[in-house]
Each structure stands twice: as structure tokens, then as C-alpha cells.
Design a protein around this ligand. Sequence first.
Ligand code: BGC
Length: 875
Amino acid sequence: MTEVTRLRAEHRAAALGIATGRPRLSWLVEGAPAGVDQVAYEVAAVVSGHDHTSGRVSSAERVLTPWPFDELGSRERAVVRVRAWLDDGTETPWSEPLEIHVGLLNNSDWTESFVVPNHAVEVGQPRPGYLLRASFEAVQPVRRALLHATAQGVYELSLNGVRVGDDVLSPGWTSYRHRLKVYTYDVTDLLKDGENVVGAMLGDGWFRGRIGFGGGRWDYYGHQVALLCQLEVSGDGLDYSVVPLADRWRWREGPVVAAGLYEGEKYDARLLPAGWDAPGAQSAEWRAPYLQRVTAAVRLEPAVDEPVRVTQQLAPVSIERRPNGRVRLDFGQNIAGKLAITVSGPTGHEVRLHHAEVLEDDELGIRTLRTATAVDTYTLRGDGEPERWTPRFTVHGFRYAEVENWPRTFAEDDVKALVVHTDMERIGSFASDHLLLNKLHDNIVWSMRGNFVSLPTDCPNRDERLGWTGDIQVFAPAACFLYDSAAALQNWLADLRAEQGEDGWVPNFVPWLPVGFPEPGSAAWGDAAVIVPWTIYERYGDIAILREQYESMKAWMAYSLQKTGSSGLIEDGFELGDWLDPAAPPDRPIEARTNRYLVANAYLIYSARLVAQVAALVGTADESQFYQTVSDETLRAFRQAYLPADGWGELDTQTGLALAIEFNLLASEQERADAGKRLAELVDKGGYVVQTGFVGTPVICDALASVGQVDAAYALLLQEQCPSWLYQVTMGATTTWERWDSMLPDGSINPGEMTSFNHYALGAVADFLHRRAAGLAPASPGYRKLHIEPLPGSVLRRAEARLMTPYGEAASAWTRDGARFVLRVTVPTGATATVVLPDSRRSQHKVGSGAHTFTTDLPPHAQPSGDAVGDNKKR
Ligand code: BGC
């Protein structure tokens, strides 16, 4: 049956507390015969009790279609259905309904105040968490009760002793001086007659705890944590009322004795008063908090993204009793997360939980965590019952844990690891017959999971975990394929915008913290302002993100231009350049082979060209012309400065040439082919180990492949010697590392003070695997047009990529056996594909939606080389 499925509002899977009164709607048309498409649709809605219809809209659009009704206000509710007509005459049934509930759009919608425990705390150490409760009488009749919540700090909520929501570390880290995210919870079923109690645990999180490297900052956003909750009930009519909680709040210290994101959590279960969040009289220890009115200073914004949640639970793959009495657990996977324990024993007994990503000399390798001690402590209640606990206000990067002072014989089920990150939907996959390559891909997925804890970070482990712009700039294409990350990135881009300077400065990490890192916005890092929104547009077909970010892009361009000198080029000032070139000394990662200003200028040319395209879409023709001219003129100066009449001059490094090829900095096809040859030569001379840093690595395989140097691209990709992508896999990695040699071949940890085992930046190559190796590329925004061009090479006999595009599932799966090449393609309804086969004619085929199989003969150079795949299957 042909049906309309997956009806969504904006980029959120749930439409409760949505952030706009004009939610764009998206849906899939599934089950349609091949080649048949939607020609019209109708949206029907019940808004505040009234029926509305868009009428029949003649349009094939179904991705982020405009809201067809009057703008909804805060708290307004709409139940929406969609049906579609297809060009073969089919009319689909109505879709399942989607309930949209608009959040509180304006600060003036808040009548409640921030609740501030009036507690004087010492600065410079992890502080306690607080218990808060507000008791109120039920109001009748209640059809619906919604709780809107946020905090300066991190919270966990309950109603009448039952946990509200399943989010952790909410509301996450945003640019707190500008914006605070609000999540909305449906608590209708938790309300009862008579007395009700809203309970909350409140901790420091990013707001007040220590954040940042080099000692970091304490209390960067304020000395007090605060909770803001507004409970709204609606009855049978359309009215709503706020259940006033303000002066009903009481607070006290509780079982969270001290908690920090880096330090870990100390929890004393004896200090949790029984029934603290349930109705009933409370003792005098509960004190009245300060109340702080909501002002206009900080925007309270309904979240555009899902919160952080526990997304998976892992059991240990090995348990080892250590001579020092500790129990070592190996979860087989490096994650961002925390432990969940079940323990029983005497009252006051203290259990300590240690975390590490790797082992060194058979001990937990914790040096790389720097000052993030990452130890959780649990003190038992000891009432004879099994006690279950997981810390609330911390998160660690770890694969190994050691349990110290366990009160009884350790049982297999006593401890689990909980995987924690922003909840996103997995939409893309990759597989091949190369096991190490598959493992690399798997590791990249895990590094993405480890680094999307509320915001896209560099690492989840040491005292850093910051929103480094350069890292997500290079990783965004991979991220957008692996998970539906549009909402998470949109949320972070709002912070980037908020933190941007008047002069267009984009901090090197967002949110920014003054911790002594050079302030000037570096190219390739700040270019995230342009490239990340562009990637969202390209991958999800969301043009509004370009509108939203356009001023920010232009401001970054202005900032970059103001860095240029009389030559029209950036020639001095702070630049990170090709950060972490393997040739750079471990303690000076900035000292790359490639001239850092060359990198900066290449990015200026590239970004200006993108902004010219954005301007053509959402700005003016003059603006578009302006940025095109900036790009052209910078390119002219670039060529003059770096490309001598003979030879390759300063371009003559792998990163230099790869950028020149991928960013179109070359003057002719001939020059491009020559650059490709030269790049292949350098890669060959380099022995096919990686010789590029954060900037060159994400583009080098693409650069080689796009100039026909396919063998070189694969030789580099499949290299196992250090430094290479697969070296770390052979070393047992389960995530991608920060340094190619975060672990040295002898099993010791790289002596560099900056060494993480969970960084996604160098995993940007996943995009090459999806888009080039398997051949599934977007040819127009949102994959409405697909470009499918598989790249058979080296020993691979099979590769496939699958993606839930905004139109439905697309796939490119190829196999080859000797000269025989078979490609299976899936094109979703509403999309078309150009398929380019690797036969000697590079034959092209245009296909519509449906499943298509192509069989062809490969020229000798495209046939599998050697039989290494056979070997690798044994691994
Ligand atoms: C981070 C990187 C980041 C870099 C730039 C490091 O400390 O972990 O991933 O991009 O600094 O300086």
C-alpha cells in the first residue's frame, strides 16, 4: 500500500514543546510503484479544537514544507495529518496523526521564577547537588499537564516520586549568557488527587562546575545554580492555567555530596531523605530558596534538539580481580557514559569507581585525562536491600572501569556501562568485505556518539570536552550521514551565532571560555560558521538553516577579510593550520609541514565561494557577486603567492595539493591532473602513511580519487602501518583517536600532553567511504537527486552505503568478482539518481525511484588487486 509515513515537525522526532509557531512538516511517501511520485498533498489539522485544511496543494515537496495554517502561539496544540496524491492517480490514506505542542516561545510566557538554593559554597572544588521540592494541590479536571523546565546547572525531575522524562544532564550546555534550552514533559499521568509534589535534583554541570583545560574555569556562568519549572494544566476547554509553584519550593542538601563533570560524583545514599519528592510533611531542614525573576537578559528557548539520554547499556566483556583488590571491568567499547551499579553491603561502606579509556603497563591509563579525575563514589545506605545507583551529574570517557572496595563478591551483573549522548536517530550505514575498514567505520560511529554529548565536542574524556569548531567543520558531512544530526547541529550553530563577536569573530570553540587559548578565530575552525550550515542544507535540504546563519556567515567573512593584508591574503596572526600533522613534535601540534597561511587562504577562497552560493539562495545577487569576487581575487593572490611558474612551490605538500584539488584552486584540467599526479607521487614517496593533519586528512582520499588516483587513495586508506587510519584498528581501537599514534606501537601512550582516544576529527574519512567508496552522494539538497558513482579499488570486493534520506531509504551496494561488477541501487520515491559505472566508458544512467541493478565489465585496472581480502577475512 502506498502511504504517507514518518510525519515530522522540524527536525525533532518528538513535537512536544516545539520551538516555533510555524513548524515545517516532512513526511515520506512509501510503497509507491517505481518511478511514481507525489503530485499533491493535503495537510489537515485540528488546532485548538478547530478543523483546518490546507486544501489540495499541487506540489511534489515533502521535506520541510511550510506550515500551511496561521502561526501557532506558545502552548498551542495542533494534531496534524497528511495525505498525498501520486502521478499514477493513487490517493494515499491519511497518515498517522502527529501531535504538535508549541513550547513557551517568549520569555514573557514565564510567570515562574528561577529557584536558587541559597547556599554559600566554596569556589574551586566540586559542589554538592541539591534537592528541591514544591508541593501543590491538584487542580481538576486536568486533561493535560505539561512541565516546562530548564536550569542554570543540570537537573533531574520527578513528580510524586516518579521520574519525569528520561533525559540526563538537561538542559545541556548552551551559550548560557545568551540562551538556555527548555524541555517540555507531559506529566498528565503522574498527577493525582490531593497533594502533589514536583521534585528536582540540581547539580553544577557546565554552569557552575569546572570547565576547560589548563586548570579551566570555575563558576564561569555564575556562583549559584538555579532551577526553573513551570507547570501548566489545561482542562476540557482550551484554557490553560499555571499551577503556581514559586513560593512552594523548598530546598536542602541531599545525597550528592559533590559532583563535577570532570571530577565525578560523590553520592552518599544515607543522605537521601525517604519520600523527599513524595507528598507528605517535610522536616525543618527544607529551606526556602531565593526566587529570581525571568528577565529578558537570557533567552529561554524551547529546545530544537532531543536531550541527552542513555541510549544503550553495555555489560562487561571481561571481569578481572586485581591484586590490589579492585575489580577491573572491560566493556569492550570506549564510550561517553557512566556506570550503573547494583550493590548491597553495610551502611556507610564506600565504593569507588575509576574510569579509563586504555590500559598502560597493565594499569588504567589515566594520564591522558589530565585533571579530569573521573572517580565516582557511592556510600551505601545499607538497609539490606540491593541499592541501584548511577551518577546523575557527571559523564566520563571510558572503556575500562575499576571498582574499588566492593563490599561482597563481585557478580557479573553488578555493574553495567550506560552510553550517554544526545538522542539522535541513526540513519546511515556502511559495510564492505574489508573487516578492518568496517571496524574503522564502527569506531567512527562510536566517536561520534562519544562526542555529541549535548554539543559537538573534541573529546569526552579529559578536562576539555569543548565545542571545537574545526573538529565539527571537518566531521559534519560524516555526522549528517551517520545520524540525523540536523537538530543537534542547528542547536550548536545558534550558540556559534550567539558567541560571535561584533567584528565577526568566531571563537575557536563554542561556547567560548577564556582559558588562555589564543583568541583570534582560526581559519578552518571559524569556517564552521559557513561549512556546517551548508552541510545541513546539502544533506537535509533545510534552506532555513542558511537563512538563520546567513548574517553569521557574512560576519565571519568580514572577520576573515579583515585579517588579510595588502596582498589580499592572510599572512600573519594566529592560525591553527594543518593541526596535528604527524610530523609535528608531540608537544607542538601546530608545527605542520604545510604553511598555515596557505591553509587559511585556501579556506577563505572556499568559504567565500560557498557564501556566494548561499547569497544567491537567501541573500541578494549583489551579495552573491561580492563574495564570488572575494573568492576569485583571493584565488588570484593565492596563486601568485604560492604557485611559482615552475614547480609546486609552497603547495608542494600533501595537504597543500589536496586542498588545491578539492577546493578548486587550480587553473585548468591539466593543472589539476598534474597536481593529482604530484600528490600521488608524494603519497607514494611517503610510503602511503598519513602525512596530513586536521585539514589535509579529511580531503586527501577525495582529492586522489577525484583526479583518478584511485589506487593511491585506497593504499592510503587501507594502510596499517602508523600513522594511518587502520593502524589504530590493528591496535585494538574501538573509537577514533586524536593522534594517529595516540597509542604507540609498543602499547605505550603517546607522551604528548594532548592525547585522546576518542576524537572524531580524523574520522571525517567516513564521508569518503559513504560518498565515494560506496558511491552514495547527494547531487541536490536533501538527496533529492542522488549521484551514485561507486569507486572499486584495491582489494575491496564489496562495499555498500545505506541512508535514510529525507525522501526515504537510498542505497548503493556494489560487488565485483574479477571483471564482473554488479551494482544495486535503491532510489526513494521522489528522488532520481545519476548512476556512473566504473566500466571503461564510465557509462551514465539516469534512473527514477525504485530498485535498480546494473551489471557490467570492469577494465583491468578496476579489477580487484591481490587477494588480501582473503587474508583480512581471517582476522
Ligand atoms: C582539541 C582539538 C582542537 C585543537 C585546536 C585540541 O585541544 O582537542 O581537537 O581542534 O585543540 O587547537
